[in-house]
Design a protein around this ligand. Structure first.
Ligand code: NAP
Length: 315
């Protein structure tokens, strides 16, 4: 009998509809995907794997025999906070297309900063005709904090485009052509050497508030920052201070403590801040559905649960 896989989601109606179209098609030879609300009591009881996107934890708990859940997002900080640690294993979405899309975004916004676009935009508003010295990519050091699926791909793409790239992660890493650092001393080195910093670590108990006034104070004069990770990793007040009083010259922010960013937030009108509405690497339903189908197909074929989040590390 074809197994039933619950889809548990409180995402927006549009997002849920997109998944309800894409998932059944991708899993059609593997399982029947059913919204949680449509499950019979037996189907709830029989489910050992569910697909989740912003799920109500009570609904996940109502599936008492779950072995694992497949998240449709790459960031799983809400799931790790809301699902009990003795609950089902959490498998996050790791999609090579997402790494490609994120590395494209990192490259695009690094070039935006590298080619002084905020400065020329500000000059245009004042009708100022004034060129500034051109620096070559190899003269620009970009520090990537977080060297996982997304940070690693981004660091390599920056290197391929001629930038001098430094990387930092929790454990020691080796990436060809990239000077890799780890630990507290490693972070200080990367902060002190980088002209552009890219945040791409997950939000965990360790990284929450990790980039605050001391870390921003370690940055180079005139350095700029891109946060494509999660808002709470970066301290808003410390960032505003570093932009207003130095050393930072500009910040490109795609993620915030509260999303959408409230209309009253000072970032909206700040000359040195570029606000993006969490668009650097959205989940792409077509490619993500194929990854989900591969994972769930493998599980039903031989019981393999894909690599899951280490609950003690939080990622
Ligand atoms: P990942 O593969 O799990 O990699 C995480 C990286 O961060 C690893 O290199 C890890 O170090 C490092 N790290 C974790 N905790 C650390 C700590 N305390 N100190 C130093 N480094 C630490 O994650 P990913 O797939 O690259 O995704 C990263 C994050 O991007 C996601 O969690 C999500 O929040 C965010 N994201 C944003 C968007 C967007 O549109 N803005 C889209 C997708 C994802 P080790 O290598 O030593 O483990």
């Amino acid at each position: 009998m074809t197994p039933v896989v619950p889809f548990v989601s409180e995402a927006s109606a549009d997002e849920r509809q997109a998944w309800r179209d894409a998932l059944p098609e991708a899993l059609k030879d593997i399982a029947i995907v059913k919204p949680f609300e449509d499950l019979t009591a037996d189907e709830r009881e029989d489910a050992t794997v569910a697909i989740v996107a912003n799920p109500d934890p009570a609904k996940v708990a109502a599936l008492r025999n779950l072995v694992w859940v497949q998240s449709l997002w790459a960031g799983v900080e809400r799931l790790t906070a809301e699902l009990p640690s003795e609950g089902p294993a959490i498998v996050r979405l790791t999609d090579p297309q997402m790494a490609e899309t994120m590395s494209e975004a990192v490259l695009a916004w690094t070039f935006y900063l590298h080619r002084d676009m905020p400065r020329y935009q500000a000059q245009q508003r004042r009708k100022v005709w004034q060129g500034h010295d051109l620096r070559l990519p190899k003269e620009r050091t970009v520090g990537v904090l977080g060297l996982g699926k997304l940070g690693g791909a981004s660091a390599l793409r920056l290197k391929d485009n001629g930038f001098n790239v430094l990387g930092w992660s929790r454990s020691a890493k080796a990436l060809t052509g990239i000077a890799c650092y780890h630990g507290a001393d490693g972070l200080r080195t990367v902060l002190q050497k980088s002209d552009i910093l890219v945040l791409l670590m997950p939000l965990t108990a360790d990284t929450r508030g990790m980039i605050g006034s001391a870390e921003l104070g370690d940055c180079k004069d005139g350095a700029s920052l891109i946060n494509f990770a999660r808002g709470p990793i970066l301290d808003d007040a410390a960032l505003l201070h570093a932009l207003d009083k130095g050393p930072l010259s500009h910040a490109v922010l795609d993620v915030f403590d509260e999303e959408p960013l409230p209309a009253s937030h000072p970032f909206w009108d700040h000359d040195k801040v570029t606000v993006l509405p969490h668009i650097s690497a959205p989940t792409i339903t077509s490619t993500a559905s194929r990854i989900v189908a591969l994972n769930i197909g493998g599980y039903f074929a031989d019981g393999t649960v894909p690599p899951s989040v280490d609950r003690s590390r939080g990622y």
